[in-house]
Design a protein around this ligand. Sequence first.
Ligand SMILES: Nc1nc2c(ncn2[C@@H]2O[C@H](COP(=O)(O)OP(=O)(O)OP(=O)(O)O)[C@@H](O)[C@H]2O)c(=O)[nH]1
Ligand SMILES: [Mg+2]
Length: 448
Amino acid sequence: MSARKPRSVANPLESAITTPSERILRECHSLYVDDQNGLVKIASSLGVRLLPPRKKIIVMIMGNHSAGKSSFINWYVEEHIQKTGVAIETQGFTFITSGRKRESLTGNATLHLYPHFRPLLEFKGLMDYLSAEISTSKQKKFSLVTFLDTPGLVDGDMIYPFDVNSAITWLGEQADLIFVFFDPMGQALCKRTLNIVEKLSDKCGDKLLFYLSKADEAGKETDRQRVMMQIVQELCRRPGLNKCGFEMPTIYIPNPQKPSRCVNQIDGVCQTIEKTINQAVQKTLDQLEKDCDLICSTISSRLEQDRAEVTYKKTAHLYSFLCGALGVFLPALFILSFIVNTFSKEQLDELLGEVETKYFFSIIFLVMYLWEWIPEDGQVVFVIIFGAFCYLLLFLAKYFAGQGNKTLTKKEKRMITEYNDYIQDVVKTKKGKLYEWYLQQCAAEYDL
Ligand SMILES: Nc1nc2c(ncn2[C@@H]2O[C@H](COP(=O)(O)OP(=O)(O)OP(=O)(O)O)[C@@H](O)[C@H]2O)c(=O)[nH]1
Ligand SMILES: [Mg+2]
């Protein structure tokens, strides 16, 4: 591995058309998924699982049938992507996101685009109702948002081809924001919507926001107030929901042909999206720092562990050698002593030379002295014990030789040290720069 800098995705042409937030998110993402030095790859080589951050936030829009969910998305994107109308138009889940060219994707292709959403495969019958629409629009903050349009909810006999309640609840948990649209017409108090909202509020109440949509159709201000009161009352009656203070901005799609005097808080929705994007940028940068620290601490503990392992292995190998040597030497000496004892001193002098014979004999003499010192009826027992002892020594030699776990090879050690340097020198420096950039952007927005 070479500690090269990751490929920067921001070429001059792109930087002219992308916002700083978008570039920060993209650069963070590329630090994770880079082919050669991506943090995901580095972490997985150390046995740590990291997920790359998302490049966009996910805003799920749910609510009653005909509450204006798809119309809101079309308005935000400023392109007629989703079918709208009085009939039940949206029957499945659609991801609406920005890309280089206009495209419509089916279920499998959608999961390819959003691997985080693979568990959707477990929802029986849902795959035929999953799709994605890619638009080239760059309006508002669309380049940093993925909308998730959901099926219109109705009570009664309507049969959904999949478990719609569980699917919306699961998807809501994955989203960064959940908008619940209540329209002032007929179905504002749809039980199914309230049931799902109750479940979601239990798990992710902080990202759940309520809107009174199509507010221009609510009639006079007093009617609108009455509808809102009804909805809020119905929400508060739910045991899981009565703890939250409800805020319910009124929104509608501005129509120049049909001006309305009703207050429109739709710009507030855009600001909420923008705020969540900024939070996502901050969270991503914080997570990057945490992931870098996690990798570096894993590396240092791995090296520390390896050093301890090497020392342990060296000691074990020394023991193994000593036991092995004794296990072979002692019986050899014992047997040799008996053989040599059958030779006369003169024969040995001739064979070995005088000085060597002297030393040799003193050892043999010692062994034979010890042997004779043992009472005759105990000699057989001694041989058995001695044999067992030598066998134990050989067994211990084998045991010590097998002790210790696998240690790092030189190549592996060099590689993880280089990973550490790369993270300290390249990734952390880059993260510092991106943070500065982010703060500059915040300051610039604040000045405005
Ligand atoms: N007056 C008014 N009409 C709206 C507004 N938003 C949507 N509509 C109309 O309401 C109808 C339903 O809108 P959709 O966007 O299809 O609603 P939806 O929630 O996606 O409906 P389903 O997909 O069936 O659940 C359409 O005829 C829209 O033109 C609004 O803000 N004001
Ligand atoms: Mg729709």
